[in-house]
Design a binder for this molecule. Structure first.
Ligand code: SER
Length: 315
C-alpha cells in the first residue's frame, strides 16, 4: 500500500481527514505531519512526524526516504491571521506548495491534494451563485495566496502532468477539531458559546451571508475528488464546492429552535471587511458533473449535529 502524508494534520481539516483516511486505507498507511511536536489524541492511533513545511529539505528527504506517494498539503495561515502577518502568510502558503509540486514533477509523488478557498473571490466577483469561472480579484493576503496557488497547480498539471487536485472550501463547521484564524470561524464558535453561556457576540454583522459546509461533507467530498478517475476531471486549478449558505441571524435562529433562551448580539470587527469581499453562495455545477459531488447536510441538520456534539471542555 502506497503511503499517504497529511501535512498540517493538527488543524481543523487535517485532524478529521487523517481519521477518515486511516479508516479507509489503514492507520499505518497514513502519516500525520504537523509543526507541533506531539499529536493530539485523535491522531495518536498511527504514525506521526513533526515537520515544518517551510523546511524544504526536511520535507523532501522525508517524502523521498519514506516512499510517500500521496500528499495532502493543508498547512496554511487562514484569512484573519494572514491579514495580521502578511509576509509570513505568503511564505507559508506558497513555499510548501512549491516543495510538493516539485516533488510530483520529479516523479516522487503520484497525487497531491491542495486546498483552495472561497477567498479566491473578491469584491468584484458576482456574489450570488458565484460561477466556477468568473472575475477573481481577491483583496486579502490569504485570497491572493490561494489564487496564486491555484494558478501554479494548473500550470504544473498542464506543463509537467502533475496530478494535483483542489477544492475551494467554504467555511467549515466541525465539532471534533477547532478552527483557527478564519473569518468563518464564528459559525463554529457560536455553538460552543451557545452551549456554555446561552449567548454569543458575533464578530460579523447579522446579514453577512457566507458559503458554509459541515465537515463530514467536506471530508467525504475531498476523498471522492481524490478517488475520481483522472480523465473525468476538467478543473486543475480548484473546484467550486458548495454545502449550504447562511447569515449569522439564520444560524442563530436554528439554534433558537433547539435552545429558545439563546441570544445573539453583533459587534463586527476587522473580519467584516474580509467577509464582505467574499461570495454569499457558490455554484458548484462543475464539481457535481465531473465527480458527482453532492452535499448531505443543510443548515438544519448541521445545527442539530453541532449543538448535540460540541464539547465545551475543548474551549
Ligand atoms: N474558512 C476560511 C477563512 O475564513 C475560508 O477559507 O479564512
Amino acid at each position: 500500500m502506497a503511503k499517504t502524508l497529511v501535512i498540517g494534520a493538527g488543524g481543523q481539516i487535517g485532524t478529521e481527514l487523517v481519521v477518515a483516511l486511516r479508516n479507509k486505507i489503514g492507520s499505518e498507511n497514513v502519516i500525520a505531519a504537523d509543526v507541533k511536536p506531539t499529536p493530539s489524541d485523535l491522531l495518536s492511533n498511527g504514525p506521526y512526524i513533526q515537520l515544518d513545511v517551510l523546511d524544504r529539505e526536511q520535507v523532501r528527504q522525508y517524502i523521498i526516504n519514506n516512499e510517500i506517494k500521496e500528499v495532502y498539503l493543508l498547512a496554511a495561515l487562514l484569512s484573519a491571521t494572514a491579514e495580521k502577518n502578511p509576509d509570513f502568510a505568503w511564505r507559508l502558503n506558497m513555499e510548501g506548495l512549491f516543495t510538493i509540486l516539485d516533488l510530483a514533477k520529479e516523479g516522487y509523488l503520484k497525487k497531491i491534494f491542495w486546498p483552495s478557498s472561497i477567498a479566491v473571490f473578491g469584491p468584484t466577483t458576482p456574489k450570488d451563485n458565484t460561477p466556477q469561472y468568473t472575475v477573481m480579484e481577491p483583496s486579502t493576503v490569504y485570497g491572493i495566496s490561494k489564487q496564486a496557488g491555484e494558478r501554479w497547480c494548473e500550470y504544473y498539471h498542464n506543463k509537467f502532468g502533475v496530478d494535483v487536485r483542489s477544492i475551494r472550501y467554504p467555511g467549515l463547521i466541525s465539532y471534533t477539531s477547532l478552527p483557527g484564524g478564519g473569518t468563518t470561524d464564528y459559525a463554529v464558535d457560536i455553538f460552543y458559546q451557545a452551549k456554555k453561556h446561552k449567548k454569543y457576540e458575533c464578530f460579523l454583522a447579522e446579514n453577512t451571508r457566507l458559503p458554509m459546509m459541515f465537515m463530514e461533507d467536506a471530508i467525504r467530498g475531498t476523498i471522492e475528488l481524490m478517488d475520481a478517475p483522472t480523465e473525468t476531471l476538467t478543473v486543475r486549478s480548484s473546484y467550486n464546492f458548495s454545502g449550504c449558505s447562511f447569515t449569522p441571524t439564520e444560524i442563530a435562529n436554528e439554534i433558537k429552535q433547539l435552545m429558545p433562551e439563546f441570544e445573539i448580539t453583533y459587534k463586527p470587527d476587522f473580519r467584516q471587511e474580509i467577509a464582505d469581499s467574499w461570495p454569499g453562495s457558490i455554484d458548484d455545477t462543475v464539481a457535481r458533473k465531473d465527480w458527482g459531488w453532492k452535499e448531505k447536510y443543510g443548515i438544519k441538520e448541521l445545527a442539530q449535529f453541532m449543538l448535540a456534539n460540541v464539547d465545551i471542555e475543548k474551549i
